[in-house]
Design a protein around this ligand. Structure first.
Ligand SMILES: Nc1ncnc2c1ncn2[C@@H]1O[C@H](COP(=O)(O)OP(=O)(O)OP(=O)(O)O)[C@@H](O)[C@H]1O
Ligand SMILES: [Mg+2]
Length: 297
């Protein structure tokens, strides 16, 4: 079992190397972010979809991958009915570009396969072939966001460990916090070198969220000897549930709602950091972008 987890990790790392080579080998343009949690149902998918749209609105090119293969629901939140999904790619029936769908604001979405086995249950060769296919997409986006399933299955862990950033999302509930801490611990024990960032969802106020963050940060600093970056809070907001029923993401359906404002603030932090790290694109990069547009059609 350990071998399979190791293999997954190596494969995902290889995929990232491919990505980097495709982007001139100089400047890293695509940032891989895994959105994870300990406890289920804390708002990963809602956050992933709305963050992806908010980043797109900030003129970032985003690919959102639904890696929760057991219970794929990004397409549900977005009101899409994709004919093909990752399951078809893994089965070798479709190419990866055939399962990239256009979402709002230029966002690209790769739907997961509902009712499918998790990535970890695939044979190594199937996974290798899938990741190789996936690597063809990269270099075409500023951000590659991965919405994962709850907890730390091997697949979640291998994606998470290969990411530049892992965003852990939790609610202020004690059980969710305990699970978030456990997840951070496991990630650090696996010698993850990237950044672990925290989002606290469903808070009554920003002050409540900051207090919760401070508690968790102290525990992570003291017992795990690790840092924990704070990305922000998302307030409890009826428009979130409403937008699921409307099948329209809340940042679009209710852009001035508290949750939308909070997600935009978080997106701005993420996008700004990127701008600081990557120099502005020159003409060559611009033409590369044009070529990339051609690739999508
Ligand atoms: N800020 C919020 N305010 C109100 N309701 C929220 C908020 N965030 C999420 N929810 C609600 O919580 C429920 C779970 O959200 P979501 O499906 O995004 O969680 P998840 O972490 O992806 O779950 P899973 O672990 O099953 O994948 C949904 O009904 C959603 O509407
Ligand atoms: Mg989910």
């Amino acid at each position: 079992m350990k071998n399979q987890a190791e293999n997954l990790k190596l494969l995902v790392q290889r995929m990232k190397q491919d990505i980097e080579e495709q982007i001139d080998g100089k400047e890293r343009k695509t940032r891989l972010i895994t959105i994870a949690s300990g406890k289920g149902g804390v708002g990963k998918s809602s956050f992933a979809v709305n963050l992806a749209i908010a980043l797109s609105e900030l003129r970032q090119k985003v690919i959102l991958l639904d890696a929760d293969m057991g219970l794929a629901n990004i397409d549900v939140i977005l009101g899409l009915s994709p004919q093909y999904n990752l399951a078809h790619v893994i089965a070798g029936e479709r190419t990866i570009s055939e399962v990239v769908y256009d979402g709002p604001k230029g966002l690209k979405i790769i739907p997961g396969g509902t009712g499918m086995y998790e990535l970890a249950n695939l044979q190594d060769w199937q996974l290798e072939s899938f990741l190789n296919k996936l690597s063809h997409l990269d270099g075409t986006a500023d951000f590659f966001l991965i919405d994962s399933s709850a907890g730390l299955s091997k697949s979640v862990l291998s994606f998470a460990l290969s990411a530049d950033d892992i965003i852990i999302i939790t609610t202020p509930e004690i059980t969710a916090l305990t699970d978030a801490y456990g997840t951070i611990k496991t990630i650090r024990q696996q010698s993850f070198k990237g950044n672990i960032k925290l989002v606290i969802n469903r808070v009554s106020s920003n002050t409540e969220g900051v207090a919760v963050y401070n508690k968790l940060k102290i525990a992570v600093n003291r017992f795990l000897k690790s840092s924990l970056e704070f990305l922000g809070t998302i307030r409890e907001d009826n428009s979130v549930g409403l937008s699921v029923k409307e099948q329209k993401p809340f940042v679009l359906a209710h852009p001035y709602s508290p949750a939308s404002r909070d997600v935009f603030s978080i997106a701005a932090i993420i996008a700004k950091k990127e701008n600081n790290m990557n120099p502005k694109r020159d003409l060559k990069d611009y033409f590369k972008k044009v070529t990339e547009h051609f690739r999508w059609v």
